[in-house]
Design a binder for this molecule. Structure first.
Ligand code: ATP
Ligand code: SF4
Ligand code: MG
Length: 324
């Protein structure tokens, strides 16, 4: 199937803050077909969560989609009235597993009650016995038994809590799931198990998955495409295997270099400096104050996207030079 399920064009999402605006998402474009997965990777504060919120049009009150268009299955959902979005799109077509959601489970409610309450909020038309069935079914999808229904969050391990949270996101059979750092609070073994489950589910249910993470090694487990985000922009985008084989942007290269390697004696590299303040990002290339390959031009001129292959581009003035 060649049709895009989701198409994001020229998206800019800004927050109003004292004395200005934080340009958290600043010109993002991508599209996703049914069953495809996109991994969005970048350091803390680069705008990953804001991008997720924007896709479901659920930006915090001091923020707004300032420009751009989000199309889901022929509908312009960025211009859709809130009531219609709630009724037709959020959770039913596109659900988001929020960052830190497992820590936000209510300690005073059983898992079953919280899941049913969530269903009642997002799909009030569903009757109680149907809701109970949906809860059982989605828990089973995440390999959780029905005994979990009567348990309280403190009775569950971290991995089980995270699976409950993912099950909640799947209850209404969405076509797209946005998972924001779904495994970052878990140890590596549990992390691998949950990623594996997500990947299997994605294949079985033909889900489109947007996985948001600061950890590049996680992306490689799940994604077909990778978007490397820096200071509100995608600075490199392409198929996972191409980016793995050949990183074209210095920041992507440094991200790869900073993955701990099990074998070999190379010392661990890190990215120098700190991410920029998005209220006043650097002029020219936003990465120039931290880039070991920066030249004068980088300080004054913003790079445009250079197309490397059909679906692969990067934003850097020095593409084509052998820098590393
Ligand atoms: P992390 O990896 O830490 O979760 P992130 O990539 O998800 O970071 P966002 O949470 O989207 O980044 O934040 C992007 C930028 O927007 C940051 O500079 C952040 O401080 C700012 N920001 C986020 N939420 C708000 C808000 N409600 N008001 C003002 N600024 C905000
Ligand atoms: Fe580095 Fe210049 Fe490329 Fe930016 S444009 S990533 S500063 S070399
Ligand atoms: Mg975030």
């Amino acid at each position: 199937m060649n049709k895009f399920l989701l198409k994001v064009e020229g998206l800019r999402t800004y927050y109003d803050v004292e004395g200005g605006e934080v340009k958290a998402v600043d010109g993002v474009d991508f599209s996703l077909k049914k069953g495809e997965s996109l991994g969005i990777v970048g350091e803390s504060g680069c705008g990953k969560t804001t991008l997720g919120y924007s896709i479901i049009n659920f930006v915090p009150p001091n923020g707004k989609i300032a420009k751009g268009r989000i199309q889901f299955d022929d509908m312009n959902i960025s211009a859709m009235p809130e009531a219609e979005l709630r009724k037709r799109i959020r959770w039913k077509k596109i659900s988001m597993i929020f960052q830190e959601a497992m820590n936000c489970l209510n300690p005073f409610y059983t898992v079953g009650n919280q899941m049913i309450e969530t269903l009642q909020i997002h799909a009030p038309e569903i009757k109680r016995d149907e809701a109970e069935e949906l809860v059982r079914r989605s828990l089973k999808t995440m390999d959780l038994g029905t005994d979990v229904i009567d348990m309280y969050p403190h009775e569950l391990s971290g991995g089980m809590k995270q699976r409950v949270v993912i099950a909640m996101g799947l209850m209404l059979d969405p076509e797209i799931v946005i998972a924001d750092e779904p495994t970052s609070a878990l140890d590596v073994i549990i992390q691998a198990r949950i990623l594996n489950m997500l990947k299997n589910l994605q294949r079985k249910l033909e889900l489109s998955l947007i996985l948001i993470t600061h950890d590049l090694s996680i992306i490689s487990e799940v994604a077909d495409y990778v978007a490397v985000m820096y200071a509100g922009e995608f600075i490199e985008y392409g198929p996972l295997y191409e980016i793995y084989k050949c990183q074209s942007h210095p920041y992507t290269h440094l991200l790869f270099e900073s993955i701990p390697k099990m074998m070999g004696k190379q010392s661990l590299r890190y990215i120098p400096g700190i991410p920029p303040n998005l209220k006043s990002p650097p002029y020219g290339c936003r990465f120039h104050p931290r880039c070991p390959y920066a030249i004068e031009k980088c300080k004054v001129k913003e790079p445009t996207r250079t197309k490397l292959t059909k679906n692969h581009y990067a934003k850097c003035h020095r593409i084509g030079e052998k820098l590393w």
